[in-house]
Design a protein around this ligand. Sequence first.
Ligand code: PAF
Length: 284
Amino acid sequence: MIIARTADEVAATVSGPIAFVPTMGALHEGHASLIRRAAASGNAVVVSDFVNPTQFGPGEDFERYPRDLAHDAAIAEAAGADVLYAPAVDEVYPDGFATTVDPGPLATELCGARRPGHFAGVATVVTRLYGLIGPTQAIFGRKDYQQFVLMQQVARDLALGVEVVGAPTVREPDGLALSSRNRYLSPSERRTAAEVPAALRRLARAYAAGERTEPLLLQAAATEGLELEYLALRATDLSAYQPAAPAVALIACHVGGTRLIDNIELDPAAPDAAATLLDAKDPA
Ligand code: PAF
């Protein structure tokens, strides 16, 4: 694996179709699973490592976001990356850069309601990285479910010629979804954070038991232990929940100063699947 600082270095290193894994670094086993998925495609694997300033709002964690290129390189290489692309800010946003990709109304809902401009920042940097690297496939984690849906929409709407693939969430033994931000949690906050998958687990169990009513499913997940930003049930394209259609339950909350998000997909054709997945991570 090589570490490239410029798109020209990437182009000089890889040939043929590229599977791309966009990241902001702070790589963990969740990212490794995305990289392994990309490698399984048989394409050259390029992983970007760029903490994108335009997707952080005022007062968010841009400054303290973990940056450790040597750590990221070790994980990316072990998972099968060919190139770790770690550009400088002025390679991604050169002088005169003025375009914003606005992913439309869905970008103002759920996470976007509390993080104005966040998804425009994500869509802009991802589209720019596509332009710099030229992938045929991009792998996103389904843990950031709204991001995944929006990046599918952007690729489709702008005919970018990139197949957007969503890869499953990787979880800790107690069910907590892996996230670069988990490292901000103190030991007691980490214990509180286990309530996030626990809430989804209760909802998934209610769904497996046949409950399809939106308020009752949300009630099953109700939690007093978390400072909730939202708990929502939507169709898998994030339009309004339809009881008979595949759905997704999404949660965002704050534990101490750390914002956590998670979700679980619900399928009426396999109603036990979500509960089975989370029950396997139930320490109780
Ligand atoms: O999910 C992330 O890490 C970021 O939002 C992404 C897709 C790398 C864009 O900066």
